[in-house]
Design a protein around this ligand. Structure first.
Ligand SMILES: *Cc1c(COP(=O)(O)O)cnc(C)c1O
Length: 456
């Protein structure tokens, strides 16, 4: 095996660490994000072989490149097989345009893909050292429920989830607040960005070192790697051969999902273009068009609520991968290769009105049911075609990611289509269960007090 891959911080102040340390720490001490010092390459033959492999086998081939011998092959295989025991449907809409439904996991959003692997791998490492950990995670709805489900009952890990009081749906909230035991939930009188800011502050606070804090947000490298696997999977099932090229449209908030795709491309997956689809929080599309990056504070409330992010934490990673440097506040300290960035990606912002129109239009014309995030992705792809008439929208292979199950957004769907999406089993047993959460003001001192009082 080649030299083990080390993980460096995008702020370049902290030491390089192993995969294990990067995963357990979450964020680097200098507040940067961990990145692998090199992206391992898969050969054309390896990628071509995926067409006859199951999802968890593809996951092993991809993820083992980064983990190397930090987890023995048989252990990693078993862990991935247990984590990925659900379907990944690819639904044809027209021509060679597909939806990839990443909503068949236990909490019905794509966040399950990352959460399930992370929980298992963290537990694996912590057990070896007989070490305990407290995970802090900010959520706009889906991360919290995915983490809660994946970490529930793990004996070395406690989880504290912060969600913005008014920005998650009833169903999303119940997925977090009805579990109890090692899962604690804070309802914050603030926005998602406020939740994220409190979590980041706690990490930087040495008074809390004794808690063994880590993060399960997409700042954690362990969140990203599993999210590169389904890009390979989609290609393996839909491409005409290894020389085919694929477009992905990724509805984006914190850009962790997209970052997984970018890693897949840099490993060798023949991606022709990433369409970055955002809601009205358009700081990244504006950056792509103007070269000026300006965070949106406060972020705007859109119906694709899991993407109401005014400064995506993974921007620092994207800028880094393209040769630049961005600090955690969003200042670009060194310019990336902007030509390459904008050549490989196309960014577009979709309004709520368009998001709703698409849900209606695609249901009426194709009987395909989208929820708001998937609709942003699909609409973005259509914008890309409209702007690039040289690309044949029927012949081109394209996959738009549907990141949550429509039944997670029953009110929106009902208002637009006048139907009630059928609940998947994972969402149907929440009613009537006791909810426990702690309401807190958006005040770091109060949050710190809560942590110190509840976790010793
Ligand atoms: C989290 C989330 C997104 C955004 O993903 P990022 O990795 O933050 O860009 C999109 N859709 C849904 C349903 C989500 O839960």
């Amino acid at each position: 095996m080649s030299q083990p891959i080390q993980y460096y911080s995008t702020n370049h102040q902290s030491e390089k660490v192993s995969f294990r340390e990067a995963l357990l720490r979450g964020q680097a001490p200098d507040r940067g994000l961990y990145m692998p010092e090199r992206i391992p390459q898969l050969s054309k033959e390896q990628i071509a072989a995926f067409s006859s492999m199951q999802y968890h086998e593809i996951a092993y081939t991809v993820i083992s490149q980064f983990v190397q011998d930090e987890i023995p092959a048989d252990d990693l295989k078993a862990l991935l097989k247990a984590a990925y025991n659900f379907d990944v449907p690819l639904e044809n809409v027209y021509g060679r345009n597909y939806l990839m439904r990443l909503d068949q996991g236990p909490t019905a959003s794509f966040k399950d893909f990352a959460a399930r692997m992370m929980g298992q791998v963290m537990q694996y490492f912590l057990r070896q050292e007989n070490r305990k950990m407290l995970i802090l995670t900010a959520t706009s709805g889906d991360t919290g429920s995915a983490m809660a489900s994946a970490f529930y009952g793990l004996d070395n890990i406690n989880v504290v989830i912060l969600y913005p009081e008014t920005e998650v749906t009833d169903r999303q909230r119940k997925q977090m607040t009805t579990l109890h035991n090692n899962i604690s939930v804070i309802s914050l009188d603030g926005k998602f960005d406020d939740c994220q800011a409190l979590v980041k502050k706690a990490f930087a606070d040495s008074d809390l070192d004794y808690l063994g804090l880590s993060s399960a947000n997409s700042i954690n490298i362990g969140r990203l790697l599993p999210q590169s696997v389904y890009y390979f999977y989609a290609f393996s099932r839909l491409a005409k051969g290894i020389d085919d090229e694929i477009i992905f449209s990724v509805p984006s908030g914190n850009f962790g999902d997209l970052m997984g795709g970018i890693i897949a491309k840099h490993m060798g997956l023949p991606v022709k273009k990433f369409v970055i689809s955002t809601n009205a929080n358009d700081e990244v599309p504006v950056y792509f068009h103007s070269g000026n990056y300006k965070t949106i504070v406060p972020s705007k409330n859109c119906i694709s609520s899991a993407m109401n992010v005014g400064h995506p934490s993974n921007m620092a990673r994207i800028i880094d991968l393209y040769g630049g440097e961005m600090d955690e506040k969003g200042n670009i300290l060194k310019k990336p290769d902007f030509d390459r960035l904008t050549k490989e990606m196309y960014a577009v912002s979709i309004s709520d009105a368009e998001t709703e129109n698409t849900i209606k239009r695609i249901y009426d014309s194709h009987k395909v049911l989208l929820e708001p995030h998937g609709s942003v992705g699909w609409t973005g792809l259509q914008h890309f075609y409209a702007d690039n008439i040289d690309v044949d929208s029927h012949e081109q292979l394209a996959v738009s990611l549907e990141t949550a199950h429509p039944a997670k957004f029953p009110n929106e769907i009902n208002e637009i289509l006048d139907i009630d999406p059928v609940l998947p089993p994972s969402l149907s047993n929440l009613e009537g269960k006791e909810e426990i959460m702690t309401p807190l003001n958006n005040d770091y001192a109060k949050f710190k007090e809560y942590l110190m009082a509840n976790f010793k």
